[in-house]
Design a protein around this ligand. Structure first.
Ligand SMILES: [Zn+2]
Length: 253
């Protein structure tokens, strides 16, 4: 091959490679940039994920919903406020059901952000009284109905319990336990196995965290699914992983 032709061929190969790389990167990017992601968990349970910026990084936040014959129950609201309505629309289109009720698991924005929006749309919103006090003090959105103690909900053939295990990620964090299905909805108290730290500790109780996780383990035995507030939720070892990090954190004090 003539040197000039060889150069042209090399140039073309590089050109084709760059074009391919561009399309691969941009199509992967397009997938990652979806503002609302829905995943099937099991049975009538689904996970919804929205994103927001934390310290300059785009972070996913997980919530859950349960479809019953009496309507849909939301566990926490989207973090991204542009997704409050799209979540309702998507649920209606997919399941032909309206959202009936929404329970937020602590006062931070990634849990309570949509409470007022949903209340205005006729959805019954719930937090504990403790969460409501903190929400009020921190200027967060508040629920219409307040729970004084751990509560049992029965809706459309399903039942679940709210449980306050003690201070951890936040002073008021609760978990939700579906005893029959063995689903532990942990919220931000439970970290994903992808997380290498306990994350935002600005309202955390470093000394109580490990004991709080032990309370969850005791109260919610042998969970089949565990939902952490952020990142990957498919690994069942998240509770154990969180306990390990909480114990390490306490030792460092
Ligand atoms: Zn969180």
């Amino acid at each position: 091959m003539e040197p000039a032709a060889e150069q042209i061929q090399l140039f073309m190969q590089r050109f084709v490679f760059i074009i391919c790389a561009f399309f691969i990167v941009s199509s992967a990017g397009a997938q990652d940039n979806r503002p609302l992601k829905l995943s099937h968990l099991t049975g009538d349970f689904y996970v919804f994920t929205t994103y927001n910026l934390y310290k300059g990084n785009r972070i996913p936040a997980n919530g859950m919903y349960l479809v019953t014959t009496d309507g849909v129950v939301l566990f926490d609201t989207p973090w991204d406020s542009t997704q409050f309505q799209p979540l309702l629309d998507t649920i209606r289109a997919r399941h032909h059901q309206e959202v009936l009720l929404c329970i937020a698991t602590h006062f931070h924005e990634d849990r309570t952000g949509g409470l007022e929006f949903y209340r205005q749309r006729g959805i019954k919103t719930y937090t504990t009284r403790y969460t409501d006090e903190l929400s009020k003090n921190h200027g967060m959105k508040r629920a219409e109905f307040l729970m004084d103690t751990d509560s049992l909900f029965r809706i459309g053939g399903y039942s679940f319990q709210t449980f306050y295990p003690g201070k951890g990620h936040a002073p008021d964090n609760i978990v939700i336990w579906f005893q029959q299905q063995k689903i532990l909805y942990g919220g931000c108290l439970i970290k994903s196995v992808e997380d290498h730290t306990l994350g935002n500790l600005s309202d955390a109780s470093v000394t109580d965290y490990a004991q709080t996780i032990r309370q969850v383990k005791q109260h919610c035995p042998h969970p089949r699914y565990i939902l952490p507030g952020h990142n990957d939720w498919t690994n069942i070892h998240s509770l154990k992983h969180t306990l390990k990090m909480a114990r390490r954190l306490a030792r460092q004090q």
